[in-house]
Ligand binder design. Structure first.
Ligand code: SAH
Length: 449
């Protein structure tokens, strides 16, 4: 039996979407709670100074809360997708700005953190969903992993994605029931279907469907393709991706194109993009569009720009029209192929894309080209010290750092402060409404004096 902490008053909100209260001289972190809630907490993990628990019972809920419109949200066996479906959107925005202020407070930068840029849509905003297959008495279903576990919480509809993604996934489920397609089992390594993924463009005119299987086996795949084409004519590509590994990684190395194209086409601020199903593309169109507009405004016609972690060239090609030249560096070959293609269809001749790891390519690139500005958009782990040192040694004047992890962002910004950079702007973006996640742009400038 886990220990219960009774009547915990939630006082604050923290990173990772926890509500925070205090008991027995320890900080108690409880997901799916907000300030004003009073809860009995079931202890999940107890350390010297902190406790992590789950709300066992709500004594009373915060007067600021609203009723979540999703049956998989909160409580026992909650879906791990959303954190704040019980929080009005305006309040989510306020909290996110405050969280970023807290992160930059120790660097003396809280004051320059601007109010977060909101998302045009606070639900149905995701253009991509990859959902694991679970197994129930009724057969295969799709869902999202429960918080802290790999139990798949069933999802008939997910508020974060367009309704049509629910419909496509429902059709995959129905088909799986008809032909008795078994879900992959992580413990026995048996079964066939691991994940289903849908990517859709902003206008809804094109989508691609990806089924991840454990082996090359996919019975009745011809029938499956006909069913999807019939029901969803805008699905212009169906891919069977084969993941034979026992790891948690979603996609495998092998694939069979079952129908059409493995790529999707979309447009941001008038720039067209082809997106391979393996390539990164920001999931929230309206916020991405605002972010890229701001990046463009920060640069001038004289700038020679390095776009590190360039993906399919989204940022490079969004700024190419406003700068002298731009060089992207990206390690995923499919993404670099997309970038080269996107450069051509958008008729830019001042953009170059380099395949490889930023940390390995940077030194050579920096020697060959006199960059005046760098845009960083790394994965969650942020930048390595060598990369930051090179930028500082070459005294590159302007650094625009986009990050989805404010902890590693603040760590790297602090290093750059020590190298003599001044921080001119910190601007959060609400790329992921209903969750605690925040995208942030920091503008740094090298100060000669
Ligand atoms: N700037 C792009 C992509 C950002 S996501 C956009 O806005 O769409 C981060 C990208 O970095 C991904 O495409 C990922 O494949 C790539 N990446 C991750 N680690 C890398 C590394 N060490 N070197 C180069 N690219 C890397």
């Amino acid at each position: 039996m886990s220990r219960i902490i009774p009547y915990l008053e939630i006082e604050k909100i923290t990173m990772h979407g926890y509500g925070l209260g205090y008991a027995d001289g320890k900080a108690v972190f409880v997901p799916f709670t907000i300030p004003g809630d009073c809860v009995n907490v079931k202890v999940r993990l107890e350390k010297k100074d902190v406790i992590f628990g789950m709300a066992d019972e709500f004594i009373h809920t915060s007067p600021t809360g609203i009723i979540p419109q999703c049956e998989a949200f909160g409580g026992e066996n909650a879906c791990g997708g959303c954190d704040w479906l019980m929080v009005p959107y305006e309040l989510q925005l306020k909290w996110k700005t405050e969280l970023i202020r807290q992160v930059f407070e120790p660097l003396g930068l809280a004051e320059i953190v601007e109010d977060i840029i909101p998302s045009d849509r606070d639900i149905h905003y995701r253009n991509k969903s990859f959902l694991p297959a679970g197994n129930s008495n009724n057969g295969l279903y799709f869902g999202i992993y429960e918080r802290y576990s790999h139990n798949v919480v069933p999802h008939k509809k997910c508020l974060l994605q367009p309704v049509v993604i629910d419909e496509i996934l429902k059709s995959v489920e129905d088909f799986a029931h008809t032909v008795k397609l078994e879900p992959y089992n992580e413990i026995t390594y048996k079964g066939i279907l691991r994940h289903a993924g849908v990517r859709i463009n902003e206008s809804g005119s094109e989508a691609i469907l990806i089924l991840v299987t454990r082996s090359g086996k996919f019975p009745f795949s011809g029938q499956f393709v006909r069913m999807i084409k019939d029901k969803f004519p805008f699905v212009q590509g169906i891919v069977q991706n084969i993941n034979r590994s026992i790891s948690n990684v979603i996609l495998g190395e092998e694939e069979k194109i079952l129908y059409g194209s493995p790529c999707l086409n979309d447009e941001i601020n008038g720039v067209r993009f082809r997106i391979h199903y393996k390539s990164f593309f920001q999931i929230n169109h309206s916020v991405t569009s605002k972010l890229y507009q701001i990046l463009r405004k920060e640069l001038t016609k004289e700038d020679i720009v390095l776009d590190a972690y360039s993906g399919i060239g989204t940022i490079s090609l969004s700024v190419a029209g406003s700068v002298n030249e731009v060089h992207g560096v990206e390690e995923v070959a499919e993404a670099v192929d997309d970038a080269e293609h996107n450069k051509i269809i958008n008729k830019f001749n001042n953009a170059w894309f380099h395949l490889g790891k930023v940390e390995e390519m940077l030194s050579n690139l920096i020697q060959k080209t006199s960059f005046t500005a760098v845009i960083f958009d790394p994965p969650r782990k942020g930048l390595d010290l060598g990369t930051l040192e090179l930028i500082a040694q070459h005294k590159i004047g302007k650094v625009l750092y986009v990050s989805c992890n404010s902890m590693t962002l603040a760590r790297d910004v602090k290093i750059m402060q020590n190298f003599g950079y001044v921080i001119e702007k910190i601007l959060p973006f609400d790329m992921f409404p209903q969750t605690w996640h925040i995208e942030t742009l920091v503008k740094l400038r090298y100060d000669e004096n």
